[in-house]
Write a protein that binds this ligand. Sequence first.
Ligand code: ADP
Length: 318
Amino acid sequence: MGIQILAIGEVMLELAPAGEFNGKKLMALGYAGDTYNTSIYLARLGVRTAYFTRLGDDPYSRELLQIMVQEGLDTASIEAVPGRTPGLYLIANQPNGERNFSFWRGQSPAREMFSTKESSSALEKRLQEVNTAYFSGVTIGILSDEARATLLCALAEFRARGGKVIFDNNYRPQLWRDRAHAQLAMDQSLAVADIALLTDDDAERLWGSGKPEDILDRCITAGVSEVVLKRGPNPVVVAIEPRDGQYQQRIQVEVPPVAKVVDTTAAGDSFNAGYLAARFAGENIDRAAARGSRCAGVVIQHRGAIVEREIFLREISA
Ligand code: ADP
């Protein structure tokens, strides 16, 4: 059977604090990235998912490819660039419980997606074979202006042929020249999206308001037909059926309380996987939002973006 969704983005090496040894810090190696996290959880939930990115040909890129295959992801669209290595980030735990991230991603091969003829035609070819494409504010943030335009143009054509496009705003200010630059690109992204999965915090920082009314206004103007607004522990807002300048159906779905939140990394990414898996299975927006929260609820009770496969599958079905 064919692929249901093609996710496009960047996955990096992640080093997270893991104690001490002989007075030196130990770091645990993992792999993560917003669109990658969503893809892993989609595959675990039974959605046939392909991941589009560029890696190096070093041992870590090879291990990452192996992990993706084990997780059931289609890796046919991943280019291994000779002599290169993927991006890397380190997590530092602050005494106040906050986490700091330091990035080494300037040289990441993913940043050059769609900046060569080969990479753009690989995307166009792959878009002929799928029904749905998924990308995020990080995907567009790592690209040059020209490469971003190439991606958005390919997605617009894909959509004109009947393809469905899904976008998560994941705003990371450090990836952008300034806020106006990000606003323009994010609005262009909304304009090619059928489904927008947004977070109120990101919307507030990006557009100056995290209020559902303001976000829905922006989405309806851009022509988005389904909007999902994630608001941390607050009810999720879902709006569909745009007509006469308004979403005709708008609901709020409670988020079940999580007694012990350990680490909210990938809360939004895993929510998206739960929501989309349910929508692909034909569930209505209430049930899909509940599935999203369930998925995120499991993930935030564990450290790191990717919860161990067995633990995730056990807890999600409990
Ligand atoms: P992001 O990770 O993109 O910042 P949010 O913080 O809005 O996204 O969280 C995404 C989803 O994760 C929420 O819609 C909710 O389902 C779940 N979630 C996040 N924080 C909590 C929490 N403290 N308790 C329970 N669920 C949460």
